[in-house]
Design a protein around this ligand. Sequence first.
Ligand SMILES: Nc1nc2c(c(=O)[nH]1)N[C@H]1C(S)=C(S)[C@@H](COP(=O)(O)O)O[C@H]1N2
Ligand SMILES: [Mo]
Length: 202
Amino acid sequence: MSLSERDSQLKGQKNSFGQEKLPAGQHVTLKFPVLTYGSTPMVDTTEWKFKLDGLVESPVEFDWQTFMAMPQTSLTADFHCVTAWSMFDKVWTGVHIRDLLSLVKIKSEAKAVMAHCYGGYTANMLLEVLNDDDVLLCHSWEGQPLTAEHGGPCRLFVPKRYAWKSAKWINRLEFIAKDRPGFWEQNGYSMTADPWKEERYW
Ligand SMILES: Nc1nc2c(c(=O)[nH]1)N[C@H]1C(S)=C(S)[C@@H](COP(=O)(O)O)O[C@H]1N2
Ligand SMILES: [Mo]
């Protein structure tokens, strides 16, 4: 079956949230493409640290051992890149965002969040987009540790948004009062990035 036949076969199919399985303007990939701006940071788990700060009562920082000792969640989900590929039904594993957020008391003024990464990349989203049932801080994909090019040792996974919000090599979540543009958002990409509304640019 050709890829375009595959795309048309998906027409009318729904994902587990009742959305079109293949959002408008997307096509299926059977690969796991690498999309990185700039070079791949090499981050050793012995040096890795993660911070939750900004509008929280008390900031928290933890190391790799602590991260891996947190409750672990696996889920099967799709991944949609704004360059038009969609990858379906892969298993992502890590710490569920709600288990992560339970480590801090987020102040009521916090409405948005900025993901910060090793290498300097940033991505923004509303707190309600981050705080969703299918959002993970991931260390594994299809049962294997994430490779460095895919964001290993740790990346964010936000399947309901275009993939640039799924920040690779993430090391900090900063809670902020007002949504502000991250790296791609400063370069013309959408603040909200909903694939089912084709929010690609702004
Ligand atoms: N730190 C960082 N995270 C990033 C990117 C990046 O360049 N740097 N690219 C984004 C984009 S545009 C996409 S499509 C996905 C791609 O993830 P993958 O390379 O694992 O497929 O990562 C996102 N996260
Ligand atoms: Mo992307």
